[in-house]
Design a protein around this ligand. Structure first.
Ligand code: FCB
Length: 470
């Protein structure tokens, strides 16, 4: 297999609301998540995030852990209501100062900050003015982004606009499982989604026009790539078209969120599926949305397998009962790391960064004081070997960010799902590195040269010239 590039970014990623705590400190405003967690019964165990990992106070210790891990990149997110407590207008310097200290702390250790501008903590004050349903939300977001970029772009060059619009729009506004917990009709959900896409485009333009250093800008949708059941030309072709399709009324696909951003239009099949509910972009919207990007971030966790016994391009979302699974119940399918980058690079022609990939396990501190998370060790090996397989197939892959540094507040699942390379004792805040921490550290130190080669990876059928970009 081809080696990982010498300048490959080995990273981990977190998000503000999931780790920071200190929700009432230093003038932070409330976000829709603060409102949502107060509701009875919406979070497993009624978990709250006012302390979470207490990263707001323990950030130096966490930067030390990053340094011990040996990562050369760390993806963090900025909490909008820490910077602008009312969402617009008044700037809270103490919020900016926190990220300032963190960014400097990373740079001192030789760790490149990758700043995600929105990982779901939408200001409550703006939700009360209509949230994403208000077209002004696109401008509100761009104005906030300007404040962040003015302060940090002398040191930060790597930017991600949005994390997983599928989730904050459809889980938040249609299914109601995430903040703000709404159950709106499709027409309104899609309108909110349109405004988020517009916000992305305005933000990209704002970063390009004001950044002090040449920026490298990307976007990180959830990436439920479809996989071929067999490594045959026919299965691969079906998996590719399925990965790029909108087959039914759902926003859990990639094309709805990527075609506008990269190709400048909504996917025709999606427009057909949503019919009269599809958004009617105002003149100039699609141009504003499709600003040139430098990379495509993929959040890769799992994907359905296309079963060719169901001819007619039908994806099968279920796996046999005995298939390996995470504690969340998600099927473990390392092939996503080959086919995800392969398919998305083919369709969109951008360099790829794996912006998230990880596994929740039932981890606990053993009698010897360690955390033996063998499943995560194996998961990392298999997934990185598959990523190397995609590099070998010629995909331009710039980095890998493991979700996540430390066990944290897992949204609706509260503290039930542990995704960290480090175990967090939520009663005391104590961090204990798991076996996977050492494993990933060793892979990073060897730039991936110690991954198994030969027995994990995909030899592609001769199909590429037959795949049509629609
Ligand atoms: C992703 C989210 C991230 C985390 C992981 C497990 O969908 O972006 O915040 O919750 O899932």
């Amino acid at each position: 297999m081809s080696p990982f590039p010498a300048d490959f970014r080995w990273g981990v990623t977190t998000s503000s609301f999931q780790i920071e705590g200190a929700t009432e400190e230093d003038g932070r405003g409330e976000s829709v998540w603060d409102m949502f967690v107060r509701r009875e019964g919406v979070i497993a165990g009624n978990g709250k995030a006012d302390v979470a990992c207490d990263h707001y106070h323990r950030w130096q210790e966490d930067v030390d852990w990053l340094s011990k891990l040996g990562v050369n990149a760390y993806r963090l997110s900025v909490a909008w209501p820490r910077i602008l407590p009312e969402g617009t207008g008044r700037i809270e310097q103490r919020g900016l100062d926190f990220y300032d200290r963190l960014i400097d702390g990373l740079l001192v250790k030789g760790i490149e900050p990758w700043v995600c501008l929105y990982h779901w903590d939408f200001p409550l004050a703006l939700f009360n003015r209509g949230g994403w349903l208000n077209r002004d939300s696109a401008r509100w977001f761009a104005d906030y982004v300007e404040v962040v970029v003015r302060r940090f772009s002398d040191r930060v060059t790597q930017w991600i606009t949005f994390n997983e619009p599928q989730v904050f729009i459809s889980e938040g506004h249609y299914w109601g499982r995430h903040a703000p917990g709404l159950h709106l009709p499709w027409k309104e959900v899609l309108l909110a989604g349109h405004h988020a896409l517009l916000a992305h485009g305005y933000a990209v333009s704002a970063i390009r026009s004001i950044a002090a250093k040449t920026p490298f800008i990307g976007y990180a949708p959830a990436s439920p790539v479809s996989l071929p059941a067999l490594n045959s030309a026919e299965d691969v072709a079906i998996a590719y078209s399925e990965s790029c399709a909108v087959t039914h009324e759902s926003l859990w696909n990639m094309a709805w969120w990527l075609d506008p951003v990269v190709l400048g239009h909504y996917p025709a099949d999606g427009v057909k599926v949503f019919g009269a509910n599809a958004p009617s972009p105002a003149p100039g919207d699609m141009e504003a949305i499709s600003q040139p990007l430098d990379f495509l971030g993929l959040n890769l966790y799992w994907g359905p397998r296309v079963d060719t016994t169901h001819r007619g391009r039908e994806a099968v979302w279920t796996y046999p009962a005995d298939h390996p699974r995470t504690a969340f119940g998600w099927a473990i399918v390392p092939e996503i790391m080959h086919w995800g980058p392969r398919f998305m690079a083919k369709r969109y022609g951008l360099p790829i960064v794996v912006a998230e990939n990880g596994i929740s396990c039932l981890d606990f501190v053993a009698t010897d004081g360690s955390v033996h998370d063998g499943a995560r060790v194996d998961f990392i090996t298999r997934h990185l070997a598959m990523l190397q397989s995609a590099i070998t197939a010629g995909v331009d892959i710039r980095g890998y960010f493991h979700w996540t540094l430390l066990d944290n507040f897992e949204w609706a699942d509260g503290y039930k799902q542990r995704f960290g390379l480090i175990h967090t004792d939520f009663a005391t805040g104590t961090r204990t590195p798991k076996d996977s921490f050492n494993h990933y550290r060793d892979i990073i130190a060897a730039n991936g040269a110690n991954l198994p080669s030969g027995n994990i990876g995909i030899t592609e059928p001769d199909i590429w010239e037959k795949l049509i970009v629609t």
